[in-house]
Design a protein around this ligand. Structure first.
Ligand SMILES: *[C@@H]1O[C@H](CO)[C@@H](O)[C@H](O)[C@H]1NC(C)=O
Ligand SMILES: *[C@@H]1O[C@H](CO)[C@@H](O)[C@H](O)[C@H]1NC(C)=O
Ligand SMILES: *[C@@H]1O[C@H](CO)[C@@H](O)[C@H](O)[C@H]1NC(C)=O
Ligand SMILES: *[C@@H]1O[C@H](CO)[C@@H](O)[C@H](O)[C@H]1NC(C)=O
Ligand SMILES: *[C@@H]1O[C@H](CO)[C@@H](O)[C@H](O)[C@H]1NC(C)=O
Ligand SMILES: *[C@@H]1O[C@H](CO)[C@@H](O)[C@H](O)[C@H]1NC(C)=O
Ligand SMILES: *[C@@H]1O[C@H](CO)[C@@H](O)[C@H](O)[C@H]1NC(C)=O
Ligand SMILES: *[C@@H]1O[C@H](CO)[C@@H](O)[C@H](O)[C@H]1NC(C)=O
Ligand SMILES: *[C@@H]1O[C@H](CO)[C@@H](O)[C@H](O)[C@H]1NC(C)=O
Length: 728
């Protein structure tokens, strides 16, 4: 299978599809100071002193948001061949609520590629129905971890709908349900509590994938930082009044692309695995995805940051392809792929996830700096195509209508690219310009000039059929808890761009708060691809080509977020104009085929074992059992359920106890579709070395569709392997 795009570049298949699609659709082209704020001349208090003075009400909640695990494209690499076919780990939404008696803020981190405008609008509608005015645009932040292995289909702009096979109701419904339920759970768990923060450096877990862009930033600015990626991991610890932990929320800058674009199992990737480990340690005796302690690992300024720490190498020769175009002497761009640190993608996911988890655990256990002070929430909608940046008295800059450059189709070293596009392209190609002009329409001179030096491949801001191809309206938002501020960023901001934004926001907030801490939360609220610095933009690597509002995007965001921060500092958030409301499109299309009636091979029944387990295994080995299966999409919303169990026989109680589910790292559920409507479910259990000896069995649960008279009926089934022994 050839390496395909990333969100992301496109393969020739995708380009052909877009062209076809375009042709078919006929396009020619305030703060109430509740607690005494006396920070300015006080050192941070010891948490053991005055515990009641710094009391909040806090709540944490988690809910399954996995969605359909078959046939739906996975969101991230924009690779049509990468459709869901099973589960590696389940996806969860994790919610954190803080209330100071007057105000309330909510932060949600979900195991998804990004939060889309459509998803946010649907979640907000649901919250409004349930809670009235309690959870609102301004005080709820929704952030995606940026896993590239979650089901797509929750977008309303054409470009994303094309790579998602449209608007897929079961996908978005599972996300809306999961996110809202995680907030419900946090809401019902609210208790008086305390908040501590801590931060530290995590090495060997990320790498800059566009160092040539980074190097174009001013040397005096680069000198202020030790590395071309942010190594800091920021941890927020939530406890009850006695200091007993109830949750952990953290931020670290790395792309969850340890699972590469050949993976077809739904997976929460490295950040999800860190959550899995943290929660497993805290929720002893619970299955994964259950138990009261919630640990979230949120995305940050990961725009130019890969977890594939062995760096880019040529697949054919093994030599480094760390060059301006990420291109190999033989084979070009397609041969240049980043790997590591493990031997395969599972091991890489495990290593990066474990590193992040271990660091967070250490920081969590030593978190002493208590956060106190009032809450604040500032939110605005902005027409991002139309922002004037005031550099100084005489100079201004402007944002542009959205457009993607040539290097967008070049993809990244984490996967991707199409045809002969490479990164670092600053000149259009007559051939492709011609193709573009003939099929999609030429970009206007104004848009071309605005995006300079980006050669435009898709002038998405000028493409409106059947729906606009990219959003105009974006959310900018900051929530703050005392002197801890969370910048909710609507896209993927690069390392240096994130640092500039963080410093700018900090500067505003420092006028009011002592010891101000600012984190950037990535992939929040609406997806707008990448945001680089002006200098990085000039290099037109993938990230620059994907900075859709043009070279001054970052400056515009700094201006906007500084405005929000100033409003918080001056206690004037209620005076912020709300801005233009985003559209909510109706009659979105779906290209996902309906599920046909399932077929079972002659003589078999659904759930029957086709390939049996062996009689015995040693710890470290893999149990594999294959069942006759129905299409997993027939199972509908599987939140809180499982397609498999691994069960251990307990002699004492003479019962079968579930020890693993499909949410477990140790299990893999593969759905294998044959020709026609026959399919198999293969369950793997990678027996950990710690597994106790004993008798085990594997079960599979599903639903099949059959025709009964004129109607189609969906029936549950299950199957069970023979009993096997494990010797620990
Ligand atoms: C790579 O970049 C260099 C410098 O811009 C350019 O001369 C060269 O043609 C590029 N190579 C490819 C394959 O695009
Ligand atoms: C993805 O990882 C697998 C190993 O797990 C490897 O065989 C494959 O070449 C990788 N593909 C890409 C495009 O990185
Ligand atoms: C955004 O601003 C541009 C330029 O003023 C305008 O043409 C466009 O209609 C606006 N978009 C929306 C969704 O209001
Ligand atoms: C204003 O900003 C522009 C662009 O950043 C810069 O070239 C110019 O020197 C600045 N002028 C002053 C007076 O600072
Ligand atoms: C890319 O391929 C097209 C069609 O084969 C060709 O006309 C064009 O010159 C190529 N561009 C580059 C930069 O190699
Ligand atoms: C765009 O610019 C080109 C060359 O500068 C000019 O020939 C053309 O007429 C312009 N197009 C429009 C629509 O103004
Ligand atoms: C069905 O099962 C019977 C008895 O086990 C066997 O003789 C026959 O060959 C099987 N038919 C098929 C189509 O597998
Ligand atoms: C299911 O598994 C059986 C037994 O290994 C195999 O013969 C059959 O081809 C598989 N069917 C599909 C659809 O993969
Ligand atoms: C498994 O299927 C059998 C037969 O349909 C049914 O009686 C049983 O309740 C199912 N078990 C579970 C745990 O769903």
């Amino acid at each position: 299978m050839a390496a395909k795009g990333s969100y992301c570049g496109f393969s020739s298949l995708e380009i052909a599809f877009i062209v076809l699609f375009v042709l078919m659709t006929g396009v020619s082209v305030g703060l109430i100071t509740l607690l005494a704020v006396s920070w300015n001349n006080e050192k941070p208090s010891d948490p053991t002193e005055n515990p009641l003075e710094s009391t909040y009400v806090v709540g944490v909640g988690r809910a399954d948001c996995t969605g359909p695990v078959a046939q739906v494209p996975l969101m991230g690499y924009a690779n049509f061949e990468q459709t869901a076919a099973g589960i590696h780990t389940r996806l969860f939404s994790r919610a954190f609520i803080v209330d100071d008696g007057t105000r309330r803020v909510v932060f949600v981190s979900a195991d998804i590629g990004m939060v889309s405008q459509r998803l946010r609008l649907e979640v907000m509608k649901e919250l409004q129905l349930k809670y009235g005015n309690l959870y609102r645009q301004d005080n709820v932040v929704l952030s995606g971890t940026h896993t590239h292995s979650g089901p797509a289909g929750y977008f309303q702009y054409t470009l994303f709908m094309i790579t998602s096979m449209g608007y897929i109701k079961p996908s978005i419904q599972a996300l809306v349900n999961g996110i809202v339920k995680s907030i419900d759970n946090a809401h019902h768990n609210l208790i008086p509590g305390r908040i501590f923060i801590n931060k530290g450096q995590l090495d060997h877990s990320n790498l800059n994938r566009s160092p040539y862009s980074y190097l174009n930033n001013p040397p005096e600015e680069r000198k202020e930082y030790q590395s071309n990626t942010d190594k800091q991991l920021v941890v927020m610890k939530l406890t009850d009044l006695d200091g007993v932990g109830i949750g952990m929320l953290s931020w670290f800058a790395v792309h969850p692309v340890s699972m590469n674009n050949t993976n077809q199992m739904v997976s929460s990737d490295n950040m999800g695995y860190a959550s899995y480990l943290f929660e497993k340690e805290k929720n002893i005796g619970f299955l994964p995805g259950q138990g009261p302690f919630v640990a979230a690992f949120s995305s940050s300024n990961l725009g130019d940051v890969t977890p594939n720490t062995k760096g880019p190498r040529c697949l054919n020769t093994g030599e480094s392809c760390e060059n301006l175009n990420s291109s190999c002497p033989i084979g070009g761009r397609e041969m240049c792929v980043a790997f590591g640190p493990g031997l395969d993608m599972f091991e890489s996911t495990k290593i990066i996830g474990e590193n992040i988890y271990k660091k967070a655990r250490e920081l969590y256990s030593r978190a002493r700096q208590e956060v106190n002070g009032p809450l604040s929430a500032a939110h605005q909608w902005v027409n991002m195509t139309d922002v004037t940046v005031q550099f100084n008295k005489t100079h201004t800059g402007r944002t542009c209508k959205p457009a993607l450059g040539y290097s967008f189709a070049g993809g990244t070293i984490d996967g991707g690219g199409a045809l002969n596009f490479t990164q670092g392209t600053v000149e259009g190609d007559p051939f492709w310009d011609g193709v573009r002009d003939a099929l999609l329409g030429a970009p206007s001179n104004e848009t071309q000039a605005c995006h300079h030096p980006k050669p435009i491949l898709f002038s998405t801001g000028e493409m409106t059929k059947p729906f606009p191809w990219h959003p105009d309206i974006v959310d900018v938002q900051i929530i703050s808890i005392g002197n801890f501020a969370i910048v909710a960023f609507p896209g993927e901001v690069t390392t240096m761009a994130g640092r500039r934004l963080r410093e700018a926001v900090k500067k505003e907030l420092e006028t009011r708060f002592y010891n101000q801490e600012v984190v950037i939360a990535g992939l929040c609220n609406v997806y707008t691809h990448y945001i680089t610095t002006y200098e990085e933009y000039q290099i037109q690597r993938y990230e620059g080509a994907s900075t859709i509002y043009g070279p001054h995007s970052l400056s515009a965001y700094i201006q906007l977020f500084s405005g929000l921060a100033r409003a918080i500092a001056e206690d004037k958030v209620s005076e912020l104009p709300q801005g233009p409301e985003p559209p909510f499109f109706t009659n979105l299309f779906s290209l996902l085929p309906l599920v046909p009636v399932d077929k079972n091979p002659g003589n078999t029944s659904f759930g029957e074992v086709l390939e049996q387990a062996r009689l015995s295994y040693r710890a470290g080995e893999v149990v594999t059992v294959t069942f006759v299966s129905g299409n997993p999409r027939n199972s509908g919303d599987t939140a809180g359920k499982t397609f498999l169990t691994v069960e251990k026989y307990e002699n004492l109680t003479q019962t079968w106890n579930i020890v693993y589910t499909d949410a477990s790292w140790e299990t893999r559920f593969h759905w294998i579709k044959g020709s026609g409507a026959e399919s198999n479910a293969t369950v793997e259990w990678h027996i950990p070395l710690s597994a106790p000896s004993g008798a085990y069995r594997v079960r599979h649960f599903g639903h099949f569709k059959e025709r009964k008279g004129l109607s189609q009926v969906i029936t549950p089934y299950n199957g069970t392997s023979s009993v096997f022994e494990v010797f620990g």
